[in-house]
Design a protein around this ligand. Structure first.
Ligand code: NDP
Ligand code: MG
Length: 386
């Protein structure tokens, strides 16, 4: 058996490290060709030592220089001058794992799909930013595939195997409700950053942790699901399920509901996305049913978490609106993490930027890129004015 080659964008992040954990467990099935990061020299060095990639990419020039000197002759080092897209294209791996934060992986993902490769997609922001362009690449290249790594979408993908999308009544995206589910709204005024970024069920990067606290993560996931499964947003529901054991469900026209359940561990969807259509053995992933005493379900509180309705409205508007939503969210969350705005400013700033944007119904790549850049700048201005 020839091992599948893998390139990971965001290898030092939460999903990236878990991807390498899965690859380590199935070393004979995979060979790591490339690793891309922003600036984390220490973790990347350890990954280079262990996985011997052919090339690495670093967004930070000084960090790239350090790695170049440390591993001269052992690994080819790409920098922003070469672009992340050219790094991925140079390696042309069988599987591209898109797990960097934000939208930097967009062109790499489109390139991999055009080359007929598999994309294991964690990076939901790129589908929110440019879903129609990504899905067009997938459609036009029958050898390519896009397997979702986001646990909800991976669950739905599994539930839809052998089913017809025409038979689907609705997709039910579950969510734990985030760290503020039980916090009274009036306490949001004084909520600490530690509380916001400490998710009760999943250990994740900072941006997605803040998105989970505002429920914007679920909002982005509605748009992500609409693109991946070709489903109108009216047929996508959000259901809060604090135990996070049911990772999402599909209800069919005849009333049958299929769900995917499992441990709350990102290695589960990552392993599936890498091995599909096979299933690799993972003894440590078994659910202990005796420890699950109840399943709870409740509707999301839309007044307390206005980001969810913002995302629904944007999803219905489609066109350039989701790109603005994603850029504004990414920028205001950065500002929040840098203590420049308050937690309650997050939805306010996003709403303001959305209201200022001039809608384009079918933006092409250049338009998407310039709308994204406009939204980032506009959000920075709004953050400065709060
Ligand atoms: P992290 O913040 O933990 O990691 C981000 C990774 O991306 C790091 O390796 C970082 O490098 C790298 N990176 C950042 N910018 C660039 C860039 N311009 N070029 C190359 N690499 C870059 O994020 P997560 O792993 O939590 O999330 C990654 C993606 O997966 C997000 O889109 C998120 O929404 C999605 N996701 C995450 C889940 C999770 O459980 N964490 C679940 C479902 C989806 P460095 O370390 O050097 O900063
Ligand atoms: Mg998710």
């Amino acid at each position: 058996m020839t091992p599948k080659t893998v390139t990971i964008l965001g290898s030092t992040g939460s999903v990236g490290v878990n991807t390498l954990n899965v690859i380590r467990e199935h070393a004979s099935h995979f060979r790591v060709l490339g690793l891309a990061v922003s600036s984390n020299v220490e973790t990347l060095s350890a990954q280079i030592e262990e996985f011997s990639p052919k090339a690495v990419y670093l967004e930070d020039a000084a960090a790239a220089d350090t790695i170049s000197r440390k591993y001269a002759g052992r690994v080819k080092v790409f920098t922003p001058q070469d672009t992340l897209k050219s790094f991925s294209a140079y390696l042309n791996a069988d599987i591209l794992v898109a797990a960097s934060s934000g939208t930097s992986s967009l062109l790499s993902v489109m390139g991999a799909l055009r080359a007929g490769k598999r994309v294991a997609l964690a990076n939901k922001e790129i589908l929110v930013m440019a879903g129609s362009l990504v899905m067009e690449c997938l459609k036009n290249n029958p050898a390519s595939s896009l397997i979702p790594v986001d646990s909800e979408h991976n669950a739905i993908f599994q539930c839809l195997q052998g089913q017809s999308v025409n038979d689907v009544k609705k997709l039910i995206l579950t969510g734990s409700g985030g760290p503020l589910r039980e916090t009274p709204e009036k306490e949001f005024q004084t909520v600490s950053k530690e509380t916001v970024i400490n998710h009760p069920r999943w250990k994740m990067g900072q941006k997605i942790s803040v998105d989970s606290a505002t429920l914007m993560n679920k909002g982005l996931e509605i748009i992500e699901a609409a693109w991946i499964f070709g489903m109108p947003v009216e047929k996508i529901d959000v259901l809060i399920h604090p135990e996070a054991v049911i990772h999402s469900m599909v209800e069919f026209q005849d009333g049958s509901v299929l769900a995917q359940l499992g441990v709350t561990d990102m290695r589960l969807p990552i392993r599936h996305a890498l091995s599909h259509p096979e299933r690799f053995s993972a003894p440590s992933m078994s659910l202990d049913w005796t420890k699950i005493h109840s399943f709870n379900f409740l509707s999301p509180n839309r007044q307390k978490f206005p980001c969810l309705d913002l995302a629904y409205a944007v999803a219905k508007q489609s066109g350039s609106a989701p790109c603005v939503l994603s850029a504004a969210d990414e920028t205001v969350v950065r500002a929040y993490l840098d203590d420049k705005v308050h937690f309650l400013d997050i939805p306010r700033v996003i709403e303001k930027v959305l209201s200022r944007h001039r809608h384009v119904s079918r933006p092409n790549l250049e338009e998407i890129q310039s709308i994204h850049a406009w939204a980032v700048e506009e959000t920075k201005k709004c953050c400065g004015a709060v």
